[in-house]
Design a protein around this ligand. Structure first.
Ligand code: ADP
Ligand code: MG
Length: 257
């Protein structure tokens, strides 16, 4: 076989085998291995390693994209001193992600601007990095999607999609009350996730006020029962970071000549 034909076939094989990185790198790597006098198994080892690393990077990027975070946040940028009520030790332990293997939930409770969404995003982002399938929803966003799916007779399909996830974030439960149908669909979601998929819920509502959002007392009880059976609670009761930040900015502007 001529060298040209062989190269053509090799390119074809690597494409068929879905090895884009090996395809891109094999010539460069061959040249490198020749100069380093690396043997054939070394060459193959290096080539498969770059393919594997690249594949892991791509799937991590895909998981982060699919999670649908509104803004990416990490723990590095979270100032625990600004919010001393938050249990830093627990946050750091949760970052390890074992709660997801245990199908446990996290509840972040506190006033507006205390970093609940920031922490929920940082935890969920970390889960993506650990190879887990994640979706971020606002509570109203999820309820809207559930109602739309039902309308389009796609509810079962949507539930199947959710069931494939390891972690679901439900952000901002409590700001807007749900319709009866919306509350029932949300309850069904939480019920299905129970002991199967971890949930991170952020809310400004103490438990006794959840009924205002869910409507029915019986359903609120049943929802809280499932949500809190195996739960880690992070409470933030400090002042709003947004407010403190704007005050600081205003002060700085005052000081400027
Ligand atoms: P919440 O969801 O509790 O209303 P957010 O998480 O949206 O609050 O926080 C509001 C803004 O303030 C975001 O930009 C967030 O990154 C920032 N923020 C809040 N708390 C902290 C903190 N302790 N350290 C750094 N940034 C914070
Ligand atoms: Mg928030």
């Amino acid at each position: 076989m001529s060298a040209d034909k062989q190269a053509l076939l090799l390119n074809h094989h690597l494409k068929k085998l879905k090895m884009p990185t090996m395809l891109r790198e094999y010539e460069k790597m061959a040249a490198l291995c020749r100069t380093e006098r690396a043997d054939y198994p070394q060459y193959l080892f290096r080539l498969t390693e770059v393919e594997l690393l690249d594949r892991e990077r791509r799937s991590k990027e895909r998981r982060i994209r699919d999670a649908g975070f509104p803004v990416l946040k990490s723990l590095d940028t979270f100032d625990f001193k600004a919010q001393p009520s938050i249990n830093q030790e627990l946050v750091r332990e949760l970052m390890r992600g074992e709660y997801i293997d245990q199908k446990e939930n996290i509840l972040l409770i506190g006033n507006s601007g205390t970093g609940k969404t920031h922490l929920a995003t940082a935890l969920a982002f970390q889960a993506c990095c650990q190879g887990r399938a994640v979706r971020f929803f606002t509570a109203t966003g999820l309820v809207t999607q559930l109602l739309e799916s039902r309308e389009e007779k796609q509810l079962a399909r949507f539930h199947r999609q959710l069931a494939r996830l390891h972690l679901i974030v439900l952000d901002e439960l409590g700001y807007v009350p749900f319709s009866k149908a919306g509350a029932e669909l949300l309850f069904e979601c939480v019920s299905r996730a129970y002991e199967c998929t971890s949930l991170i819920v952020t809310t400004n509502l103490p438990f006794e006020n959840w009924i205002e959002v869910m409507g029915s007392e019986r359903m609120t009880g049943a929802l809280l029962d499932r949500l809190t059976h195996r739960v880690h609670i992070l409470e933030a009761n400090g002042q709003s970071f947004r407010l403190a930040d704007s005050k600081k900015r205003l002060k700085q502007m005052d000081r400027k000549p």
